[in-house]
Structures are given as C-alpha cells and as structure tokens.
Design a protein around this ligand. Structure first.
Ligand code: HEM
Length: 542
C-alpha cells in the first residue's frame, strides 16, 4: 500500500488517467463541443476567416507553440525509470544518513541515463560517455548522485567545463559534425589538456559504446564525504555495478544500430521493465579515512583519477532495482532536475574543484531550463515536508498561508531545525590558504593512470581501443591535430602510438622523450576483468 515516503504515492496526487468518462475542456475547465473545428465566419456551404476570439482554437495552438523548453545544455538525450533502493549492510560507523543506515527502509528512486553531447533527438548508440543520474527521495530530503558510466572525467577544475563541452559539441560555424565522431576541435582540446588523457582513453574504449543502459556501471566520479554521528569524516566514492555485467557493442554494431534503430537503448530499457525483467545494480562505496587523505601518489580529490581497487576496495552495501516505466516522458524524464548539491545529513562534499563548480552549475542551469520554481515540479518535489520563506518567481504554485515571510518573526514561525530534529550540519573543515588560481601538486601527473588503464585492458579491448583511436583521429582534417595526438599516445604506450600512426599518417611519433611504460595494472579497469555477472539473470535478457 502507499506510504508517506513513496514517490509514486506522491505523484498519484497530480496524475490523471485519460478515459472515455472524461469530457473535453479548456485549461480553465469549461466543457467544449469539438476537438476539430476553429470558430469561423461561415455561410451555409462555405467558411470564411478564423475568428481570433475563439478561446479554444487559440488555447490549443498557443499551448502547442510553447511545448518545447530548452533541452539540457549537456546530456540532452536520455531515458529514465522509477525504482527502489534497498540498503543491505548499514554503515552507521561512516555516516548518519538514514538511507545508508536504516535497512528497514525502501527508498524510492528515479534514474535518468543519457548521452552527453548529442541533442535530444540524436542516436543512442554513438561513442560517448553515458550519464547515470539517481535521485533518492529520502525521508530527510532528496539526495542526487549525478554520475557517469566512466569513473573519471576530462577536466580537473570546473572552470574548464565550457571549453571541454564546446570542443566536443558540433563546430560553431556549421554545426558539423555531431560531436561523437572525432573532429579537429575535440582532439585539439585533448592535446592541449594533458589532464584529459586518462578520460579520452576510456571514451575510446568499449565502455563508450555500451550494449544497454542495464549493462553499465555508474560512478559518482567526484569525491564526496560521509559524516558519522560522532562528527568524523571519511572521503567516499560511489559505485553502481550492474547485475547483468558490463557489456558493450562492437563499433560496427554501434554504427549500424545508430542508423537503423536510433532509439535502441531507450527501447531496451523500456521493454525490459515492461516485461518484468527489472535491471538491478549493486551499490558500493570506496572509503578513505580523513587521516589518509595524503597517503596516495595521486590526489584523492582529482576527478581525472580512479582510486585503484587494489588500494581502496569497493564495499557493496545496497541494491537498486528499476521496476516502473515513466507515465509521461516530458513531466518525468525531461523535467527531472538533478543537482550534485542535493545531499542529506551524513553526506557532504569535498574540496574536489570539479565538484565544487558542479554544485553551482546544476542549480543555475535548472533556473534557465525549468524556472526558479523547478523544485516544486512533482518529479522533483521531495517526499518529506518543505517549508521556508523563499517565495514568488515564475510559475510559483505552492500556497503558503500566513502573514509573515521573514525570520525571526513574532510568531516564532518556521524555526530552524535543531541537530536532534535532523538539521544539516556542515562539517567543520579547517581551511587555510591564500587566494590563488592554482591546482594541487599531485594534480599535475596526467599520464600514470592513462597508462594504468591501457595496461589493464585485455588484448581484444586494446585492439578495439586502437581501432577507435585510428578511426576517430582519421576524421580530423588538420594534420597538426592528428600528428600531435599520435605523439601524445607515445606517453601512454609507444607501440600503441606507432600502430595508430601507421593507420592515420602524419608525423611519426618520436621515441625520445616519451614516457616509458612500466606495465603497471589495476583490477577491474577492464570489462573482461570485471566480477562475473549472475549467469541465470544474464540469460533472461529480453
Ligand atoms: C548534466 C554528470 C561534470 C554541468 C549532467 C547529467 C549528468 C552529469 C549525468 C544529466 C543529468 C540528467 O540526467 O538530467 C556529470 C559528471 C561530471 C559532470 C559525472 C563530472 C564528474 C559537470 C561539470 C559541470 C556540469 C564540471 C559544470 C561546471 C552540467 C549541466 C548539466 C549537466 C549544466 C545539465 C543539467 C540540466 O539541464 O538538467 N551532468 N557532469 N557537469 N551537467 Fe554534468
């Protein structure tokens, strides 16, 4: 039965089912006698001009004229579903978050999967990063993990985000080509930003052409923190691991499917859920105690680095199942608004300079995409009570009764919550320094983990990656761009650089000054090295 914490129960209050019992009305509720004819000047056998006075005709056309809202500036193409999160192993020693300590709860979730660079109508199976964004409707408010299917990112500092996205989106003069095929600007950016090297290796790997949304990992990417009831803090990374295992298309399939069935991933998710084959993910955490922050040869706040699992194992503590398709795409999948800044007591941020910028960006972009009252939309509204003196703004529809809208007031109305009542407490982090535009010293190593990733791949994955690099670089017209990239690959592996160069031409990579490959590997960076999926479930594919 419906419970107070159940998002579906909450949505039911604003959900209407169409039925033959309903009669056509205007938006102001007056019944109408036609769907079909505009009010006109008419004689017995002929009609004249349409009358502007017709409220039905005008309403129908004007509502239609304004149906489109701006698509997301990135991740415009996506699909989503409802589901539930179940905690299996409570972690009160790490966090006081109810969603991660109370095993009796079933927390409703909505997940949106997406490509990054294509527009809303673009194809599903292009080579691109996939978004994996989860909204947990917890009893203490919404918690969003706005992640990707690749554990690292192109840039270290949020101020680079407009640059990396501009370079990947269609070129400004002619809007050609659609981002995902390689082109001069994309690779020019990669060359000029050595920090992107690790990430472009992932995006040229099979990870960037997933077989299904149901067969992808999800990663929070950025470093978050967990705070326990004693006020102790740990650094944390969040992981989703699919029960079906991680699978990819091969490039030839991806190309053909893009043309023949551009909705391939959207349909796959929809049909699996409609047929009761609910996709599931294990939820895992990697945790580093605050005292160990500086014990690694990489900076744990650098989003271009993984925390290798042989150093920091993943601990699986929960499970998510997606079990219900949306009722209406626009009001749910399109209007859902994720923000990295949505965290609940017991979960906090870190000084990761990418995360810090994201915390500003999502809220800001939702204001132009959906309007300042976006959190009031049914899909975004928390399932717990919301009360404050924020007010007005376009499309405000919550009605707050009372005669004061400020604090403190003579009634003592809307006092802040105490900690016992669940008030959010910012961690008292000690911060000292000068104002400066800089990055921490360990952020400057841009190649070690790119090499770690390459070395960890199986031979067939290396072959696919080599093919992908050759294919994408071959689409650059500018010899400067592709020649320099072959040289860059020599910093990862010289035989890789030579092989790619042999296929694309340009200046040969030079062996002098290249970075040697010491052959270091890490577990679980290869898809084939991945913990095997449950075979009985894998065979239940639709
Ligand atoms: C959208 C992930 C970095 C700005 C998204 C979405 C995902 C995502 C999954 C789609 C959300 C949805 O389905 O509605 C990530 C990850 C990042 C990253 C994993 C790196 C760790 C950034 C950075 C910025 C940024 C650095 C800006 C400084 C945006 C914006 C949107 C977006 C503006 C559109 C939001 C909307 O209109 O709803 N991101 N992103 N992202 N991201 Fe990021």
């Amino acid at each position: 039965g419906p419970r107070e914490s159940d998002k579906l129960h909450d949505l039911a209050k604003v959900t209407k089912d169409i039925s033959p019992d309903h009669r056509l009305t205007t938006d102001y509720g007056v019944k109408q006698t036609t769907h079909d004819d505009w009010l006109k000047v008419a004689s017995s056998d002929k009609t004249g001009p349409l009358l502007l006075e017709d409220p039905l005709g005008r309403e129908k056309i004007m509502r239609f004229d304004h149906e489109r809202i701006p698509e997301r500036v990135v991740h415009a193409r996506g699909s989503g579903a409802f589901g539930k999160f179940k905690l299996l192993e409570p972690i009160p020693e790490l966090t006081m978050a109810g969603v991660l300590t109370d095993t009796s709860r079933e927390t409703p979730v909505f997940v949106r999967f997406s490509t990054v660079l294509g527009s809303r109508g673009s194809a599903d199976t292009v080579r691109d990063v996939r978004g994996f964004a989860t909204k947990f409707y917890t009893k203490e408010g919404n918690w969003d993990i706005v992640g990707n299917n690749i554990p690292v990112f192109f840039i270290q500092d949020a101020i680079k985000f407009p640059d990396v996205i501009h370079a990947g989106k269609p070129e400004p003069h002619n809007e050609v080509p659609q981002a995902q095929s390689a082109h001069n600007n994309f690779w020019d950016f990669q060359f000029n930003h050595t920090e992107a090297t690790h990430m472009f290796m992932w995006t040229m790997s099979d990870r960037a052409i997933p077989r299904s949304f149901r067969m992808m990992q999800g990663f929070g990417v950025n470093t978050f923190t967990l705070i326990n009831s004693k006020g102790e803090r740990h650094f944390a990374k969040f992981h989703w691991t699919p029960e079906l295992g991680v699978h990819s298309l091969v490039w030839d399939e991806a190309l053909k499917i893009s043309g023949q069935d551009p909705d391939f991933h959207r349909k796959d998710l929809w049909e699996a859920i409609a047929n009761g084959v609910y996709p599931k993910w294990k939820f895992g955490i990697q945790v580093i105690p605050e005292a160990d922050e500086n014990k690694f040869d990489f900076d744990i706040l650098d989003a271009t680095k993984v925390w290798p699992e042989d150093l920091v194992p993943v601990r699986y503590i929960g499970e998510m199942e997606l079990n219900r398709n949306p009722d209406e795409f626009f009001t749910q999948v399109e209007q859902i608004a994720f923000c990295t800044s949505h965290v609940v007591p017991g979960i906090g941020f870190s000084d990761d300079p990418l995360l810090q910028g994201r915390n500003f960006s999502y809220f800001d972009t939702q204001i132009s995409r959906l309007g300042v009252n976006f959190q009031e939309l049914p899909i975004n509204r928390p399932v717990c009570p919301v009360m404050n003196f924020n007010r007005d703004g376009a499309l405000r529809h919550t009605i707050t009764r009372g005669t004061v809208n400020y604090w403190p007031n003579r009634y003592g109305a809307v006092p802040p919550a105490t900690l016992d009542e669940g008030g959010y407490l910012e961690y008292a982090e000690r911060v000292a320094g000068i104002k400066a535009r800089m990055r921490s010293a360990k952020f400057k190593d841009h190649f070690s983990q790119a090499q770690l990733f390459y070395n960890s791949l199986s031979p067939i994955e290396k072959a696919h990656l080599t093919n992908a690099l050759a294919f994408e670089l071959d689409h650059c017209e500018d010899p400067l761009v592709y020649s320099r990239m072959a040289q860059r690959l020599a910093d990862i592996d010289f035989s890789l650089a030579k092989e790619v160069h042999s296929r694309i031409g340009g200046d040969p990579p030079s062996e002098t000054n290249r970075r040697p490959n010491h052959g270091k590997k890490a577990p679980n960076l290869s898809q084939f090295d991945f913990p095997p999926s449950n075979p009985t479930i894998a065979s239940r594919r639709v």
